[in-house]
Design a protein around this ligand. Structure first.
Ligand SMILES: [Zn+2]
Length: 251
């Protein structure tokens, strides 16, 4: 199995001080998190397509239904667990002087695996945000309360703190991720075809700034051409292969 990591990449992994990883839906899917994309019965909620109920317009029109939809999704996510990919990335934060984990996932599984600082480009399904003052509050599965919840700071309505269709990414988080992409020596794209901009630009930014870019995906993607190395396979099977850092000492 270990042979699947090319020697050149293994050497770079050992020598790297600044490493950046971008994860996407594929990593969550390996834990059983439904992606709600690509059609199928699960992509419709109470007769509304996924991209309608998950839209900025629906927040304006029917906040209560948006909460019901996200309550349903939290219920699904509440029963899944981090997989070996999440666990490997949680270990990586201790291997490098500067490690940055950026995710497009909203399920909080990286944190559940022990990752301390995660740049969440699309928000977090376990967090509510005040629509007036921006105060945030973490939600738990056990919470049963009237929807929408009220802000403890100002009493205004709150919404799920996730980026919906028709909304911009949080610029501060994206800028931070882009700066890390510029600084890093190794950039991993894991479980995402990264076709959605601006997240898709992160590996390109890294590559342009001189990083060695590695893709981990079951299938080649549009990004493969940008990457220096494409490792075919599930993230949960490929990432743990990097754990053996000191194989040289065996000889
Ligand atoms: Zn408030």
């Amino acid at each position: 199995m270990q042979a699947q990591i090319p020697a050149e990449l293994r050497r770079r992994f050992r020598a790297a001080r600044r490493v950046c990883v971008l994860t996407g839906a594929g990593v969550s899917a390996e834990s059983g998190v439904p992606t709600f994309r690509g059609g199928g019965g699960a992509a419709v909620w109470k007769g509304m397509p996924f991209d309608v109920i998950s839209s900025a317009a629906m927040i304006e029109r029917d906040l209560k239904s948006v909460w019901e939809w996200f309550d349903y999704r939290r219920d699904l996510i509440g029963s899944v667990h981090p997989n070996p990919a999440h666990e490997a990335l949680a270990r990586w934060q201790n291997l490098f002087g500067d490690f940055t984990l950026v995710t497009q996932n909203i399920d909080g599984l990286h944190q559940a695996a022990g990752s301390r600082e995660v740049i969440e480009l699309h928000g977090n399904i376990w967090r509510a945000k005040c629509m007036a003052c921006g105060a945030t509050e973490m939600l738990s599965l056990e919470q049963t309360r009237l929807r929408p919840p009220a802000c403890v700071e100002c009493g205004s309505e709150m919404r799920p703190d996730v980026v919906l269709f028709g909304e911009m990414l949080p610029m501060q988080d994206f800028t931070k991720a882009a700066n890390k992409a510029v600084e890093c020596e190794l950039f991993f794209v894991v479980g995402t075809s990264a076709l959605v901009y601006p997240a898709a630009s992160l590996p390109e930014i890294a590559k342009g700034a001189g990083a060695y870019v590695v893709e981990v995906n079951p299938e080649p993607t549009a990004l493969s051409a940008v990457c220096d190395e494409t490792l075919s396979g599930k993230a949960g099977e490929v990432l743990p292969l990097f754990d053996v850092r000191d194989e040289d000492t065996l000889f």
